[in-house]
Design a protein around this ligand. Structure first.
Ligand code: C2O
Ligand code: CU
Length: 557
């Protein structure tokens, strides 16, 4: 194994996207940020210096951080954020994992521009699928003409809706369906007839789930969230913020110009009559960019291509849920023998929106009831110091360990309740769930209705989990084992909780430390849709290591 050193400066730079030229906070002047390439088992050492006029932290999304919890990069969970002119040396290995993950700022809405790919090659570059001739990174993102942090603050302080991203992006460019591609160009992947390409697709967007298609070309999905799946041929893939997909494409069509498009999925049914009045649905959930981002899959030919040989993909309707379920249900792990046979603990979390009286803790002023988000009716409140530090040194008063295993109220979670009902009031708290090392947990995440017609892509730090199955409506605890896939479920680190539906996951708590668990849509994390797990130390070698010296400072402002 090799140790790979990087020197990063987080700073303001001028960025031009969507015909807007603005200062944005980026890494080393680049947008999207630098890609990290490593081989399984390597050590990665990144000296991050914050030269921006705002707090920063970098999270290595999908890196397991085995025994390196201090380097997970979550402010107020595993570290204090880096203030201006501070530096921190992240130091971790990519052991026991290979595939496509990424890194991003884990504070305010900085992920919009502080983001990049992290690619872990298998040792000796052997894949459980035919070796591709070449590979491309496909980083999906969102562009905001105004400063995303101001968008966040606007949304929180008014208690109202958020602005919509001004463009979807592929590798930092909106592409030709937007008005600027003649000025800024379009991301182009040059291909040769007969060759096979590995696309490393990352949805780093803030709030948008997307369909991805390439005109006339079949995608063979070989890995999801950095874990191999049984190869699966499909026309359209579906990817949520916080997920990655590795996809093989063979350039087997007539030479031409083939568009790749990334299109919003809005997770509502226009004709849904369970919501009254039905017409409200559209106006509430009209908050995704309506124009797909595009890139070009360009055959390299001589003589040059006939310009009429240009093709566009047919993608599902924005509100078409069936293809998302079909896609997710078609993923199966390549390693069924690793799935634990039984769980030893069960948890049931509701996730939804709720309300709070306006007060300084919800940061909402000038309102009567503030919109917040919750898990089991608890809205996360940021602690004053890092939870990991408080846990490791036994400092009291920072967090509580009484996060409930089941909701405090049971009712029809999928009905059309307004948020202002007792069931949907939330409590503010910094409450975590304590898990004994080695425990296998079956966790059901139940999506609620309450004005939140959107899936929640939930991301677990430090672990992946097996996605046993999903369904619409209320989860029935008597769901027969045959309704869930205990045999070869995909092993992922981000899973969609369907709006007005549920998803069941199984995970093994085998990495000691403090691990954040949250919706990966920034608008919902802003509102507090987060909680944490403390995985206790096991016996023997499974020790939480002491913190690096940079962490011994206090988080106070
Ligand atoms: Cu990519 Cu806690 O997140
Ligand atoms: Cu959410």
């Amino acid at each position: 194994p090799t140790t790979r050193y990087y020197d990063w400066t987080v700073e303001s730079a001028t960025v031009t996207v969507n015909c807007v030229t603005v200062p944005r906070i980026v890494v080393n002047g680049e947008f999207p940020g630098p890609t990290i390439y490593a081989v399984e088992g390597d050590r990665i050492v990144i000296n991050v210096t914050n030269k921006a006029n705002t707090d920063v932290s970098i999270h290595w999304h999908g890196v397991r951080q085995i025994l390196s919890n201090w380097h997970d990069g979550v402010p107020y969970i595993t570290e204090c954020p880096l203030k201006q002119d501070e530096y921190f040396v992240y130091n971790f290995t990519v052991e026991n994992q290979q595939g496509t993950v990424f890194w991003h700022a884990h504070i305010s809405w900085l992920r919009a521009t502080v983001v990049g790919a992290l690619i872990v090659y298998p040792r000796s570059f052997t894949y459980p699928y035919p070796k591709p001739d070449e590979e491309f990174t496909v980083l999906l993102g969102e562009w905001w003409n105004t400063d995303p942090n101001a968008v966040e603050i606007g949304g929180v302080y008014t208690g109202g809706g958020f602005h919509v991203a001004d463009a979807l992006l592929i590798n930092g460019k909106p592409g030709s369906l937007y008005n600027c591609s003649d000025v800024e160009g379009i991301s182009t992947f040059k291909v040769k007839s007969g060759k096979t390409y590995l696309l490393r697709v990352i949805n780093a967007g803030l709030n948008t789930e997307t369909f991805l298609g390439i005109a006339n070309h079949t995608q063979t999905v070989v890995s999801a969230d950095g874990e191999y799946v049984l190869p699966k041929d499909i026309n359209t893939s579906f990817i949520s913020p916080g997920q990655t997909l590795d996809v093989l494409i063979t350039a087997d069509q007539e030479p031409g110009t083939y568009y790749m498009e990334s299109k919003s999925y809005s997770s509502i049914l226009i004709t849904d009559t369970t919501v009254l009045p039905p017409v409200v649905v559209m106006s509430l959930r009209n908050d995704e960019p309506k124009i797909p981002a595009s890139a070009i899959f360009q055959y390299d030919t001589s003589p040059p291509l006939d310009p009429s040989q240009t093709f566009f993909p047919a993608l599902p309707e924005e509100n078409d849920t069936d293809p998302t379920f079909r896609f997710l249900d078609s993923l199966h792990t390549l390693y069924p023998d690793q799935v634990p046979a039984q769980a030893t603990r069960k948890q049931f979390f509701t996730v939804g929106l709720g309300t709070q009286p306006c007060n300084p803790d919800t940061k909402v002023q000038n309102c009567t009831l503030a919109t917040v988000a919750h898990i089991n009716n608890i809205t996360w409140v940021q602690p004053v110091s890092s939870v990991l530090k408080a846990y490791y040194f036994g400092i009291g008063g920072v967090y509580k360990t009484d996060f409930p295993d089941i909701p405090q109220h049971f009712f029809d979670f999928t009905n059309a309740d307004s948020p202002d009902t007792p069931e949907q009031r939330t409590e503010l708290g910094t409450r975590l769930s304590v898990i004994k090392y080695g425990t296998v947990i079956d966790l059901v995440l139940q999506g609620m209705n309450n004005l939140l017609f959107q899936n929640h892509p939930f991301h677990l730090h430090g672990h992946s989990f097996w996605v046993l199955g999903r369904g619409m409506g209320n989860f029935d605890p008597n769901t027969s084992p045959s309704g869930l896939n205990y045999h070869d479920p995909p092993f992922r680190f981000t899973v969609d909780v369907p709006t007005r539906g549920w998803v069941a996951i199984r995970w093994k708590a085998n990495n000691p430390g403090v691990w954040f668990f949250h919706c990966h849509l920034e608008k919902h994390t802003t509102w507090g849709m987060m909680m944490g797990f403390i995985v206790l130390n096991g016996d023997g070698p499974d020790e939480t290591l002491p913190p690096p010296p940079e962490h011994l400072t206090s988080c106070s402002t």
